[in-house]
Design a protein around this ligand. Structure first.
Ligand SMILES: Cc1cc2nc3c(=O)[nH]c(=O)nc-3n(C[C@H](O)[C@H](O)[C@H](O)COP(=O)(O)OP(=O)(O)OC[C@H]3O[C@@H](n4cnc5c(N)ncnc54)[C@H](O)[C@@H]3O)c2cc1C
Length: 401
């Protein structure tokens, strides 16, 4: 289920803004827009005088809860710019072992456009079957069509296990799929196995800041879904003699796809010198930095401290800094000695990427911002006053004055 605004009906009256207890509505170009803070409380639907806000039903009603009717191992084979990623071959290698152990089929699922030869190749890399959905709208990654199509395929075919890469793509849309199909999802796994007694998938991942490895099972629900970190498993080798079936679905007309975003252009990012994973000090900026000019302050402080510059996803999505700087669930996971968060609210997805930092300093003008719960030291105030003040103090201390 999702709450959406019908743009043609919205007149920008802002009644919904006041009704929302979660700050989950933005006004963009004079129209209301539901953001990711939405908890589906539906208060805005009641408040809208024009009935421009509606709840969109998912396919959940169609979900089958009889776990014995699920079987098979699926691997979502992600592709970028028409090339199947290495992580897909890593998952096919591991998926093959799981399928052999359970005595079930291994199916690769590929979304793209004009990629039939690559779809056929997935058989040579270990799949018994391939489901290839071909549509121009699937050529580039886009959360909502990908989630809608994969969910429908899962509901229809009922695989017992679904694996995807813990890449920005998998981390972004697989949780949506898990919600729609009411499956269990374990993110960021580093090992997989099958419980010999129950047949349940054993999903191992680091927990408690990486201090222990937890093995998670999903005993009551199917499918069992896991995202797996890239480079954990060895990629499967190509075997030209392997035979399998390739099912091609032309077009996504038959799927309920209500894409709210459109990919206009894919810009290949030039790898710059950002090495967030190894930096001892990271200064990160969020939406509170106000724009690219505000980020110059973040960069100045990062350079002054011989550190690297990080960013929240909001700042990256706004185009203020390149994706290579993003910290969090769909960005990089970092663990520096010092992490300075400037104008970042502290959403769980951001915290997921930096909360293991040794010392966290948060600068935010909102004393109730969740980032302060994770911070070692908190500075309540305006970033545009406090960061220049810190820069001045560091320079002064260094000059010995
Ligand atoms: C599937 C999924 C994956 C995601 N992955 C990530 C991820 O990897 N990384 C990530 O960061 N987010 C991620 N997000 C988004 C996340 O939920 C938040 O929306 C995002 O982190 C918010 O960024 P922000 O803190 O910069 O912006 P906001 O939440 O808008 O916060 C801005 C903060 O700046 C403060 N502020 C404003 N002006 C000033 C000022 N002048 N001085 C001081 N403070 C000021 C405000 O008080 C506020 O707390 C993901 C979301 C989803 C759904």
């Amino acid at each position: 289920m999702a709450v959406i605004v019908i743009p043609d009906l919205c007149d920008g009256c802002e009644e919904c803004l006041e009704s929302c207890p979660y700050d989950a509505i933005d006004m963009i170009d004079g129209k209301a827009w539901i953001n990711e803070k939405c908890t589906l409380c539906m208060a805005c639907i009641e408040a809208c005088p024009l009935e421009a806000i509606i709840s969109e039903e998912s396919d959940v009603a169609a979900v089958d809860h009889d776990k014995d009717s699920f079987s098979g191992v699926w691997v979502f084979a992600e592709q970028r710019t028409g090339r199947v990623s290495t992580v897909a071959r890593e998952l096919l290698g591991e998926g093959r072992k799981l399928a052999d152990e359970t005595g079930e089929n291994l199916t690769a699922v590929l979304f793209g456009h004009n990629m039939e030869p690559s779809a056929r190749e997935l058989v040579q890399f270990g799949a018994d079957e391939v489901i290839y959905v071909d549509d121009p709208e699937l050529a580039q990654f886009n959360d909502s069509p990908y989630a809608a199509v994969l969910s429908s395929l899962i509901i229809e075919n009922k695989p017992s296990i679904v694996l995807a890469g813990a890449t920005f793509m998998g981390r972004s849309f697989i949780p949506m799929v898990a919600t729609k199909v009411e499956g269990g999802l374990t993110a960021d796994c580093t090992a997989l196995g099958i419980d010999s007694e129950t047949g349940d998938l054993l999903q191992t991942r680091p927990a408690f800041g990486g201090n222990i490895m937890a093995t998670i099972i999903c005993p009551d629900h199917r499918p069992q879904m896991a995202t797996v970190r890239p480079k954990v498993f060895t990629p499967s080798r190509q075997d030209d003699r392997r035979k399998g079936e390739v099912h091609i679905i032309q077009g996504i007309r038959d799927f309920e796809v209500n894409a709210r975003t459109e990919v206009l252009e894919v810009v290949e990012e030039v790898m710059d010198t950002v090495n967030l994973a190894e930096a001892d000090i990271i200064v990160s900026g969020g939406r509170g930095m106000g724009g690219p000019d505000g980020f110059k302050l973040v960069e100045e402080l990062a350079i002054l401290l011989d550190g690297a510059m990080g960013a929240s996803r909001s700042a990256v999505d706004s185009g203020w800094v390149p994706y290579s700087h993003q910290v969090g669930q769909t960005g990089k996971t970092v663990q520096p000695r010092l992490y300075i968060a400037c104008g970042i609210s502290g959403a769980v997805q951001h915290l997921a990427g930096m909360q293991a930092s040794e010392v966290i300093v948060a600068i935010n003008k909102d004393a109730d911002a969740p980032i302060f719960d994770a911070a070692t030291y908190g500075l309540v105030g305006d970033v545009f006053q406090l960061i220049p003040e810190i820069i001045r103090s560091v320079k002064k201390a260094r000059s010995g004055a």
